[in-house]
Design a protein around this ligand. Structure first.
Ligand SMILES: [Mg+2]
Length: 219
């Protein structure tokens, strides 16, 4: 069932993002309904919680090791922002899952997306145990203020750094930017023990002991 859903979601991604409407509208409506069901049935949150459970076990092991070591390291965790730290699901649902600039403008300018609760839980666990937090996002620098406002309103009140892409970044993939940001964090003396994101481009490129790929209801 899960595999089938992933395949369906992949088709939706092609249809919505690339605007290739190769499947009938009736089928597209059905697929959108399945996305909604995946979300509303609790399956999405269940998948998230399973992932966070694994991550939590690793974090607690690394924190304990670090605490018992004579040479304490500066441990850090990295989070992507959209559909990782924050949930934009309602915006996409309201716009019938069209991944267009109007939806993104609303997400960015309204700055009121709620947190993804399982991710916020692991954030709180990390903060509570002295692990430093960094956010690395494909959002542009022009949206730094709005991003800070949204992170704060979602309860992400403590972090060491927020990395955004420069306004003229023109690589189609966020991966080089995100890898470089993690490299910079590492050069500052932090050990990134976990990196969370909903896209593989959030996670490729190293500079993290563990990577955690979140399920994404569209991609
Ligand atoms: Mg994301």
């Amino acid at each position: 069932m899960r595999k089938a859903l992933v395949s369906i979601l992949f088709i939706v991604n092609i249809c919505v993002s690339a605007e290739v409407f190769a499947i009938p509208h009736s089928r597209l409506a059905q697929v959108k309904q399945q996305i909604i069901e995946y979300h509303q049935s609790g399956a999405y949150e269940y998948d998230l919680e399973k992932l966070v459970e694994q991550a939590n076990a690793y974090l607690s092991k690394r924190i304990a090791e670090n605490n018992s070591s004579k040479h304490h390291k500066k441990l850090a965790v990295v989070f992507d922002v959209d559909d990782t730290a924050l949930s934009n699901y309602q915006y996409f649902k309201t716009s019938d899952f069209s991944d267009n600039s109007n939806v993104w403008n609303k997400v960015l300018n309204n700055a009121d997306s709620p947190p993804l609760i399982p991710i916020k839980n692991i954030y709180q666990y990390a903060v509570g145990h002295g692990v430093k937090i960094f956010f690395i996002t494909g959002r542009r620098e022009a949206y730094r203020k709005q991003t800070e406002i949204n992170l704060l309103s979602a309860g992400y009140t403590v972090y060491e750094g927020l990395y955004l892409q420069s306004n003229n970044y023109n690589n189609l993939s966020a991966a080089p930017f995100k890898t470089k940001a993690r490299m910079n964090i590492t050069k500052k003396g932090y050990e990134i023990i976990a990196n969370f994101g909903d896209h593989y481009s959030d996670l490729r490129g190293g500079y993290a002991e563990r990577i955690y790929k979140l399920p994404n209801y569209i991609y």
